[in-house]
Structures are given as C-alpha cells and as structure tokens.
Design a protein around this ligand. Structure first.
Ligand SMILES: Nc1ncnc2c1ncn2[C@@H]1O[C@H](COP(=O)(O)OP(=O)(O)OP(=O)(O)O)[C@@H](O)[C@H]1O
Ligand SMILES: [Mg+2]
Length: 286
C-alpha cells in the first residue's frame, strides 16, 4: 500500500537521465488523465456503485449481468510529457493501471476526464493486441499492416520479412490459435514494427519471447528509438526496464507516484515491492 511506505522521492526532485541529453520535440502529452471503467453487475469493495434507474433495470431484467454499475477508477489524474527519442518504462504492481494508460494513449479507450495529445498514430503492441486467433499468421499480418496504415501491396511486400523476423516458418499459414504464446507474441511484435512507428507501445509482449528473440526485439526497439521514435515499455522485469529505458514512470493504484531517472525509480519501486512481500510474509507468520 502506498500509505505504508516511506516514499522519499518526489518526482519533481528527480534528475531525469533523458533530460541530460537533448530531448526531441514532445510526442505524447497526457494531461490530468482519468479512466474509469464501468462494470455492470457484481459488487466490489473500494469502488463506487451507481444506482441503476428503474428503466435501466427494466431493460436489463433477466440478464445475468444485470445489477448495479460498479465504477473502477483505473487511472487517476496522470500527467506527463513524452519526447521523441525517449524510451519510457512503466512499472507498477498488478492492477495498477499500466495497460489502461497505454490503451488510452493509443486511443483505444476514451478518457473519462483529461486529455491525451499524440503527434502520430501510436502502435500498441501488447498481450491484448487485436490479432484474430482463427486467421492465419499471414492474414493477421495483412490485417495488422492495413491497420497501421499500409496498403495491401505494401503489406504483401513485407509479409516475408515479418514472418522471418517472427521466425514462424510454415506456421505462417496456420491459424494463430495453433501458435504457442511465445510465437504469438513474436508475431505481434513483428507486425507492430512492420512500419517504423513514431510511437511504439509495448505491453509485456517481450516477456514470453525466448532469450534470442528478446535480443533481436531489443535491437529493433533501439533502432526505433534512434529514429527519433518514442517507445513506451510496460514490464514487470526491472532488469529489462533498466537495460532499455531512459526514463521510468511508476504507477500505483492509477496514480503516477514517480517519473524520472531509471535507476532511482526502479530502486524505489523495488524497495516498495520488497516491503510488500516482507509485510505479507510477516502477516502469514503471525
Ligand atoms: N475491461 C475492464 N473492465 C473493468 N475493469 C478493468 C478492465 N480492465 C482493467 N480493469 C481494472 O482496472 C484496473 C487497472 O487494470 P490494468 O489492466 O490497467 O492494470 P495493469 O497495471 O496493466 O496490471 P497487470 O500488471 O496485471 O497487467 C484494475 O483494477 C483492473 O481490475
Ligand atoms: Mg497490464
């Protein structure tokens, strides 16, 4: 819990490693962003429940999910400015709002409050990236390539490159539901980088790749960053965050608690996680 830790680092006091270099122009501006999910039915502590109107209840009568609306405040007042040339790690415990933040920046979720400005169409690469499991890898490359703004001819020209980067072999022609999770995540990565996106967002996607693919994808991310792109990298692996990022955002319960130097934020987050672990094992012992 945030309240339990002695969190001494104030985001404003942190020296920014990326700031020491000349930063490019802003690529993403997030201004007091709030995202609240509205879930129908169910009860959950710590969230707001809205009473449904008589009309709504009548409409929903008999539906298994009918009931009160539960509001889940997943992102609460996050603000930051990202620049071209930065690789920004996003860390935080499960359910802290990392994926929600990325989805909002990618334009997949409308802000409940606040605003997001982007200088280019962000490419979101994540465990939930919208590939279609019943289609073959080849068809998914086409769908993904078109979604990223290429035309059919351009996608066809690049299909073999994407397939060989993802090391799919003959699986290229099989439906994606026959892929291992590592194969699927390699394909997602390869599709997302079919063009050199100005803003690349990676949500855990590298976690399931094997060591050699991780190396290859890390090199590709560095290449994108060097071409003045902005990379957002959500990961539970602090080692990867430290190795790849020039700046780290730490989100806890939807609130941005730190934004700054990679080592300082990672150290503080690591201490926080250790503290939680010790507290929970202490509780069990008692
Ligand atoms: N589609 C959804 N509908 C309702 N609530 C959601 C939805 N997706 C996420 N949430 C809730 O929003 C909060 C933030 O979830 P989110 O997936 O953004 O966290 P995360 O930091 O990415 O977690 P993880 O590390 O587990 O991936 C959580 O409380 C989660 O239960
Ligand atoms: Mg997530």
């Amino acid at each position: 819990m945030t309240e339990d830790i002695d969190f001494e680092i104030d985001a404003e006091d942190l020296p920014q490693r990326a700031g020491e270099r000349t930063l490019g122009s802003p690529s993403v501006i997030v201004d007091d962003l709030h995202i609240t999910y509205r879930v129908f039915g169910g009860r959950r502590g710590g969230t707001t429940q809205t009473k449904t109107s008589l009309l709504n209840r009548a409409i929903n009568l008999g539906r298994p999910d009918s009931g009160p609306i539960t509001e889940v405040p997943a992102v609460r007042g996050v603000s930051f400015v990202a620049h071209h040339g930065e690789t920004i790690g996003i860390v935080g415990t499960n359910g802290s709002g990392k994926s929600t933040l990325l989805r909002a920046v990618a334009g997949l979720l409308p802000p409940t409050k606040g605003r997001v400005f982007v200088s280019a169409e962000p490419a979101l690469l994540g465990v939930n990236a919208a590939l279609l499991p019943r289609l073959s890898g080849e068809r998914n490359i086409m769908v993904g390539g078109l979604a990223l703004g290429l035309n059919a001819k351009e996608v066809r020209e690049r299909t073999q490159d994407v397939a060989s980067f993802a090391e799919l072999g003959d699986f290229l022609y099989l439906p994606m539901n026959a892929y291992s999770s590592g194969m699927a995540s390699r394909l997602r990565f390869a599709i997302s980088t079919i063009t050199t996106p100005k803003i690349l967002m990676i949500d855990e996607a590298l976690a399931t790749g094997d060591a050699s693919f991780r190396k290859k994808s890390t090199a590709r991310i560095e290449q994108i960053r060097d071409q003045a792109g902005t990379v957002f990298f959500v990961s539970h692996s602090l080692g990867s965050v430290r190795a790849m990022c020039t700046r780290v955002l730490w989100i806890d319960k939807g609130v941005l608690v730190a934004d700054g130097d990679v080592d300082e934020v990672c150290d503080a987050y690591h201490e926080f996680v250790q503290g939680r672990k010790d507290a929970s094992s202490g509780a069990k012992l008692r």
